[in-house]
Design a protein around this ligand. Sequence first.
Ligand SMILES: [Zn+2]
Length: 113
Amino acid sequence: MSLYQCDKCGCVENSALGHYHSVNVRDLWPDEYVGKKLCSECGPPTYRSGEVCKKFGKWHDAFEKKIYPLNSLYTDDQGNIRRKSDGKYHWEAEDERQQHTNESESGITTKNS
Ligand SMILES: [Zn+2]
């Protein structure tokens, strides 16, 4: 089980929940979905046979959907997602953003007091 970035919308998805393990099985999916790692929302709504695939077509809600710029992330050896730009985990990048917001907020408080 690992995390990966959806090839269509750029969100972080779990391999157990998205269109991941069988993406190269040509007999199973319509041509436009073969070889593409997609999230549960972007995954094929039907099988090649035309039968409806209930697993995909909407976000699974097992965790929050977070979108990142396409091709900005990669999966490391442990199955975690890292940013291509600096190798940081995507959640570390979020911590930084949070910290930055707190700093600017405290700056405003200092000015006011
Ligand atoms: Zn997607």
